[in-house]
Design a protein around this ligand. Structure first.
Ligand code: FES
Length: 158
């Protein structure tokens, strides 16, 4: 199994993150987030590298990571689309819009486009129910969705 090596930029960021906490293990989520953001996946090799930086076991890293839905063991697309499926969004037609988005991208929910550009997932409440139906793409939230708005948003992403 080939190892995972943090980039020079990641090393600097890790030093800065770890220095903020009294215990190294407290930096677990920021390090997982950094790797997920940069690599679009947290591989077993990256879990080992994180465990070595935080003086804990790879199993501990995996146990933390598996609790959260935003970390992935398989590579996701450049743009991760999370479609809220909770009650306010349900009442405002999210099911139809999710289906529309899947058809537009020619993938099933949970899948990634052939060009690795988009991954489409369901998500629990995005905490912006007043603007339902909602989706999140990477770190940006989009509300009051319609088919036309989804077209505009997806077409604007390069
Ligand atoms: S129910 Fe969709 S954002 Fe809360």
């Amino acid at each position: 199994m080939a190892g995972f090596t943090f980039s020079e930029k990641q090393e600097k960021e890790i030093d800065r993150i770890v220095a903020k906490y009294p215990f190294k293990k407290s930096a677990m989520l920021p390090l997982l987030t950094l790797v997920q953001r940069d690599e679009r996946v947290v591989s077993p090799e990256a879990m080992v590298a994180i465990s070595e930086r935080l003086d804990c076991s790879p199993a501990y890293v995996q146990s933390v990571m598996s609790f959260y839905t935003m970390y992935h063991t398989e590579k996701v697309g450049k743009y991760m689309i999370l479609f809220c499926i909770n009650i306010s969004c349900q009442l405002n037609g999210c099911d139809k819009l999710l289906e529309y988005t899947a058809q537009k991208l020619d993938i099933k929910v949970g899948g990634t486009t052939a060009d690795d550009k988009f991954t489409l997932h369901r998500e629990e409440c995005l905490a912006d129910c007043t603007n339902a139906p909602m989706m999140r793409i990477n770190d940006t939230f989009y509300g009051e969705l319609t088919e036309q708005r989804i077209d505009q948003i997806l077409d604007s992403l390069s």
